[in-house]
Design a protein around this ligand. Structure first.
Ligand code: PEP
Ligand code: MG
Length: 323
């Protein structure tokens, strides 16, 4: 089975009906690059930069960040790299020696883009490091935990500021850099036009989107059984995001764990997903599934499935879907 899958590492991901699908990898460090190359990923869809904080108490400097980002960009040899700005706070338990850590509800607190906007001087070190690395290859900036227009507007101002500082210092930076938003807070999914008109691409974070939609702590074993991607509310949000993005021609990726679950590959593609990003270990299995998908047949079935509202009916339809 392993060797059969290994043969797929050189192939493009084209479904039976001829649709091209991009399969990207999620990484946490430049050390993950060999695993990414081993499966022939089309790019990095999610670089979780907060892992630069692992096993240290202080903040990584701009120079350290630049080294790490450049290593990833160079290592991908011209393939696109989506760098997500620090998603600190909540479950990502890094010691910032900051009295604002340890809130009662960390998942609802100062995390993701909220944290970075509360610490603009620190955020600028990251934006400068990303822009510098972007001189070495195609880079996109992805903002986590976005739920309000003002967060994107402010982040874009800081990106512009980082850029003009670097230009003034004579540092080479690209003219334009695509900026995207994670769709992982239900508010962002529901008020999608407000977010969409401010960004160049979207990336759906199902890990958090499911957590916040169902009010299920993704870390709490006591409620783990209730964590259900097939809940009709989750399916409706996913279908809604994908159809809206298709209508306005906005690129959309999905980088939560769901993207790496082979059992969901057909459903997600049939709902319009054309870019998956996942742990590299899952990539070849997902590719294999997609090679046998006929989206002309599956698309209407998927639309019927997401309109169902009884869990048992959804489960039956989902089981038949993958037959
Ligand atoms: C997500 O929420 O789905 C996601 C990809 O981000 P993270 O798992 O890093 O919160
Ligand atoms: Mg998330």
């Amino acid at each position: 089975e392993r060797t059969r899958l290994a043969r797929l590492k050189e192939s493009a991901t084209r479904t039976l009906d001829g649709t091209e699908i991009q399969l990207h990898a999620n990484i946490e460090s430049p050390k993950d690059l060999p695993a990414v190359r081993a499966v022939g990923a089309d790019g990095i869809g999610l670089y979780r930069t907060e892992f630069l904080f692992t096993e240290r108490a202080d903040r990584p400097s701009e120079a350290e960040q630049f080294e790490a980002y450049r290593e990833v960009v160079r290592g991908m040899k011209g393939k696109p790299v989506t760098i997500r700005t620090f998603d600190l706070g909540a479950d990502k338990d890094f010691d910032l020696s900051d009295e604002r850590r340890a809130p009662a509800n960390p998942a609802l607190g100062l995390r993701g883009i909220r944290y970075c906007l509360a610490e603009p001087a620190f955020f600028l070190t990251q934006l400068r490091a990303i822009l510098r690395a972007a001189a070495c290859g195609p880079v996109k900036i992805l903002l986590p935990m976005v739920m309000h227009a003002s967060e994107i507007d402010r982040a874009r101002q800081l990106i512009a500021q980082a850029r003009s500082e670097l230009v003034a210092e004579g540092v080479k930076v690209p003219e334009q850099i695509p900026v995207g938003a994670m769709i992982e807070v239900p508010a962002a999914a529901i008020a999608l036009p407000m977010i969409a008109r401010r960004v160049d691409f979207l990336s759906i974070g199902t890990n958090d989107l499911i957590q916040y939609t169902l009010a299920i702590d993704r870390q709490d074993d006591a409620v783990a059984e209730l964590y259900d991607p097939l809940h009709p509310a989750v399916l409706r949000l996913l279908a809604g995001i994908l159809s809206f993005a298709a209508r306005i021609d906005l690129p959309v990726s999905l980088c939560g764990e769901l993207a790496g679950d082979p059992d969901y590959a057909w459903l997600l593609a049939a709902l319009g997903l054309r870019e998956f990003s996942m742990h590299p270990e899952r990539l070849l299995e997902v590719r294999q599934r997609l090679l046998y998908a006929n989206l002309d047949e599956l698309a209407p079935k998927a639309q019927r499935l997401v309109k169902l509202d009884e869990p048992q009916k959804i489960r039956e339809a989902f089981a038949r879907f993958n037959d």
